[in-house]
Design a protein around this ligand. Structure first.
Ligand SMILES: C[S@@+](CC[C@H](N)C(=O)[O-])C[C@H]1O[C@@H](n2cnc3c(N)ncnc32)[C@H](O)[C@@H]1O
Length: 207
């Protein structure tokens, strides 16, 4: 699994890697644009809202929301990713932090209309994911929503098909979302919208 130094090294080429694999409909980024656009359109239903982005990377989605007047807070553990994103969003509150240690205090004090995370939470094991997601849900305002876009599958069988089709490229150190396995742990408050053969969007409401 990549640590923060690995992401620092990847940062300059990250957008290009994503683009090539997205355009060729390849794991892990098949459906990337559709996933980000879906989340963008959902967040944009509100004007000037408070948004937290977990693992914002080069800020592809975060900066579009920032440009449209949303107040953006973000967490990422790669200083290089942060410096690239900071150029696009000088006034955003971007915090260097490793989410395997939970959430930073300054974020825990806040409440958000939307919390978004794309292609970052698969770095947490399933148990950690559920704990972390529940912590995120406690930061939502009434009627707030959590949007997760990531490598994800309806069932373990679908994941296995994708793994065998991409055996040379598959990353065994990542923990992809399997909807049928995690939905019960989230009290079934979670809806899954597949966007490609290996990616989709989870929408989890704070009810
Ligand atoms: C694959 S990139 C996704 C970037 C962006 N959200 C996107 O959709 O293009 C994953 C991002 O999550 C960050 N990340 C991974 N593990 C993390 C952790 N444990 N704590 C904080 N950030 C993490 C990486 O530094 C990287 O910027």
């Amino acid at each position: 699994m990549l640590n923060n130094k690995g992401f620092n090294l990847w940062a300059d080429n990250y957008d290009q890697t994503v683009q090539v694999r997205e355009e060729n409909n390849q794991y892990p980024f098949a459906g990337y644009k559709k996933i980000l656009n879906t989340i963008y359109n959902e967040v944009m239903l509100k004007n000037h809202s408070d948004v937290l982005d977990i693992g914002f990377g080069t800020g592809v989605l975060t900066s579009k929301l920032y440009e449209n007047g949303h107040q953006m807070d973000g967490i990422d553990f790669s200083s290089k990713m942060i410096s690239i994103a900071k150029i696009k969003m000088p006034d955003a509150n971007l915090i260097e932090w490793d989410i395997s240690n939970g959430l930073p205090l300054e974020i825990k004090r806040n409440k958000y209309d939307s919390i978004i995370s794309t292609y970052a939470l698969h770095h947490l094991e399933d148990k950690e994911k559920i704990l972390f997601i529940n912590n995120l849900l406690s930061l939502l305002k009434k009627n707030g929503k959590l949007f997760i876009g990531d490598v994800s599958f309806q069932t373990r069988e679908e994941l296995e098909i994708c793994r065998l089709d991409n055996i040379d490229y598959w990353d065994d150190d990542e923990f992809y979302f399997v909807y049928s396995e995690i939905s019960a742990s989230l009290q079934n408050k979670c809806h899954f919208y597949p966007m490609s053969h290996c990616g989709g969007v989870f929408i989890i409401e704070n009810s």
